[in-house]
Ligand binder design. Structure first.
Ligand SMILES: CC(C)(COP(=O)(O)OP(=O)(O)OC[C@H]1O[C@@H](n2cnc3c(N)ncnc32)[C@H](O)[C@@H]1OP(=O)(O)O)[C@@H](O)C(=O)NCCC(=O)NCCS
Length: 435
């Protein structure tokens, strides 16, 4: 493997800074399966958990135990029984569950206690807390089948978990719960993660999943799209189906962002959280907002947005005809059919540069990071076009751009074609950002 050069590492680290700030103090619930714990990449994942913790994320980890329980049941000479994808936990099976989960918990605690010189854990002093945070009730009899000691989550003691997070500890939840009568129940780990995320009001619920089969698809899905995928794609693995189902339930219960991150790729969790393009799939209930390429039907909406600013002299006037001709350069933010923001990118391919223009957010939606989102989108597009520089001409928004990495440049430094059109009366200032 080729090592990235120090300069690239530095750039990567600097680019991660906004995400480090955005995630600090947030609560993330992360689910990983028993299979993940058996994989070679697991040691790296443990390091990543400790790194997230040291970057100020409040972490609740939920582990699965399916293959480990399975192994123990087989060792007892028994066969696992499932109905509707859920284990039927009879008296013998619950013994296997207790043993398997107990061992996994100890293993997790041991791994999180490591602080060995010359490893990413060096110097880490982290406390991992597990306990009776999950109250369960029996699933009972379904389709005439008694699930015995298989249960479902009744309540999560979120105050106690918060208390631990406040103290700077990890919380580790297992796929087990206890009833007020003192019984032990085997739960689905996905369900524990879903319930924990919703009762803690977590900022993110993350499933480390075998989702490489979705890689070619979109990076973001609405719950409706995720549901469609679940219902129409019968080739999905059982694991992915379980994760999608729990993701949907979590969205319905108010968790804003659910991520599916490839459990087979070393570092995928860090990539998802600390890089611009991420690496996984985000399912978000914020369905009504869409950043998309503008089409000819959007011309009216864009004109509504631009006209007041043209009248105020903030933007150069564009006729409807001109806008129609240039519509392919525009991106818009569509919120439930209303255009609340727009931006345009005019590439100057020969100069390896692009002009960002018409960045506008509807006055009622300002101050929520929408413009920033449009800028990032344009930067990604410009990079895709192999442009090396983005420039902008502005009269009143200089500081906004400067705060986002643009520096003043001389008008003479603009591409010749742009310079020829420069309106000296407007006295716009030019700013550029290297990509
Ligand atoms: C500039 C504009 C696009 C920013 O949209 P937005 O969605 O509010 O932007 P963000 O949420 O990403 O950023 C908000 C921050 O930018 C600051 N900001 C807004 N307008 C600014 C300006 N003209 N100069 C400097 N900073 C500005 C806000 O104060 C806020 O900062 P704060 O969080 O520290 O208070 C929007 O104000 C707008 O549409 N303005 C009119 C059109 C315009 O001037 N476009 C640029 C010409 S290309």
């Amino acid at each position: 493997m080729t090592q990235p050069n120090p300069q690239e590492q530095l750039i990567w680290f600097r680019n991660a800074a906004p995400y480090i700030n955005a995630h600090r103090g947030r609560c993330f619930v992360v689910h990983f399966s028993g299979e993940t714990m058996q994989a070679e990449t697991f040691a790296g994942l443990i390091h990543d958990f400790t790194l997230l913790q040291s970057l100020g994320i409040r972490l609740v980890l939920v582990h699965g135990a399916r293959p480990q329980i399975e192994e123990r049941i087989q060792d007892q000479g028994q066969q696992s029984q499932y109905h509707r994808g859920l284990r039927i936990t009879d008296d013998q099976a619950i013994t296997a569950v207790r043993q398997a989960v107990g061992c996994l918990r100890i293993e997790m605690e041991a791994r999180l206690s490591m602080s060995i010189a010359n490893t990413p854990m060096s110097g880490a002093r982290l406390s991992c807390i597990s306990g009776n945070f999950v109250t369960a009730r029996p699933l009972g009899v379904i389709d005439g089948i008694d699930y015995c000691h298989t249960g479902e989550v009744r309540r999560i003691n979120h105050e106690a978990i918060r208390h631990q997070l406040d103290a700077g500890n990890f919380v580790l939840l297992s796929p087990m719960g206890y009833s007020p009568t003192g019984e032990v129940f085997n739960l689905s780990a996905e369900d524990v993660a879903r319930a924990a995320a919703s009762s803690l009001n977590a900022d993110k619920l993350i499933f480390l999943s075998d989702c490489s089969e979705l890689k070619q698809g979109p990076e973001q899905m609405t719950p409706a799209e995720a549901e469609q995928l679940l219902n129409n794609d019968s080739d999905l693995s059982d694991e992915l189906k379980r994760h999608l189902k729990s993701a949907l339930a979590a969205c319905q219960q108010g968790v804003d962002r659910v991520h599916l991150v490839d459990r087979n790729r070393d570092g995928a969790l860090l990539e998802e959280l600390y890089t611009r393009d991420g690496s996984g799939i985000l399912i978000t209930a914020q369905t009504y907002e869409q950043l998309r390429q503008a089409s000819i039907e959007d011309v009216g909406g864009i004109l509504d947005l631009l006209s007041p600013l043209e009248e105020a002299g903030v933007l150069v006037r564009r006729s409807r005809e001109q806008l129609e001709l240039e519509i392919a350069h525009f991106r818009i933010l569509d919120r439930d059919g209303m255009i609340i923001g727009c931006v345009a990118l005019y590439p100057f391919i020969d100069d390896h540069a692009g002009e960002l223009a018409c960045l506008v957010i509807h006055p009622e939606y300002r101050g929520h990071g929408y413009a920033e989102r449009l800028l990032k989108n344009i930067e990604t597009t410009a990079r895709g076009l192999q442009l090396r520089q983005l420039f902008v001409l502005t009269t009143q928004t200089a500081h906004w751009f400067q705060e986002r990495g643009f520096v003043p440049i001389d008008i003479e430094k603009l591409p010749v074609r742009k310079r020829e059109l420069y309106n000296y009366q407007r006295r716009s200032m030019a700013f550029a950002k290297q990509l």
